[in-house]
Design a protein around this ligand. Structure first.
Ligand SMILES: [Zn+2]
Length: 214
């Protein structure tokens, strides 16, 4: 697989917003134990939450966004701190356990309310290189015949279903066929659009004036 491994569980990290993060060593401070333990890099948010590093990363990320990136702290909701950039309006919500959710207010325009919060639609491109030829054949056949391949099946196939933090956000998610991206299907590569959702607590949206527009 061309995917990075989680520094906590060593399993592949599928880059789905709201399910993974990349923690950079330069965001740490001198003397942080995370440096010595190499507790940085790609990881599943579910793994970070359950680890001893979540709290430290919460603190370091908060400092990074406030002092380096120019964000302002706009609210504190329970264990979550909500930061927003004054010019770009980009929002970052940091939970004390290490969860980081990033989005732009415009992404909340067509949000969908569910019991757990609000789901914001995410669309991106995904380029995957598999080790297993059978998996490639299966996904390509589904994309060509049905036009899609469910993301929950993909995470299952990769053995990472148990480290998906919010499966709800992937329930309707799928890889979707695209004629142009099909041109990149050489070797064991599969390219498609990834279409899924990002689960954001309602209170976080309320802090930045995005509540009630469901
Ligand atoms: Zn992991």
């Amino acid at each position: 697989m061309n995917l990075e491994s989680c520094f906590l569980c060593r399993r592949p990290v599928l880059e789905l917003r709201g399910q993974f993060t990349i923690l950079h060593p330069y965001q740490l401070e001198e003397g942080d134990e995370a440096i010595e333990h190499e507790a940085y890099g790609w990881c599943h948010l579910a793994c970070l939450v359950g680890s001893e590093w979540g709290r430290l990363w919460h603190d370091r990320l908060r400092t990074h966004f406030l002092t380096v990136r120019g964000y302002h702290e706009v609210a504190e909701v329970g264990p979550m701190r909500v930061l927003q950039h004054p010019r770009t309006e980009d929002v970052v919500a940091l939970d004390r356990d290490g969860v980081m959710l990033a989005f732009h207010p415009r992404e909340a325009a067509n949000k969908r309310a569910v019991a757990e919060g609000c789901l914001l639609r995410v669309r991106g491109e995904m380029n995957l290189e598999f080790d297993d030829a059978e998996q490639v054949a299966l996904i390509r056949a589904a994309l060509s015949e049905d036009g899609q391949f469910p993301l929950l099946r993909l995470v299952d196939m990769l053995g990472i279903a148990s480290v998906i933090l919010t499966p709800r956000a992937l329930e309707r998610g799928a890889l979707r066929f695209d004629k142009k991206l099909k041109r990149r299907w050489g070797g064991r590569w599969v390219s498609a659009h990834a279409d899924y959702e990002l689960l954001v607590p309602r209170e976080v949206l309320a802090c930045v004036g995005l509540a009630g527009r469901t």
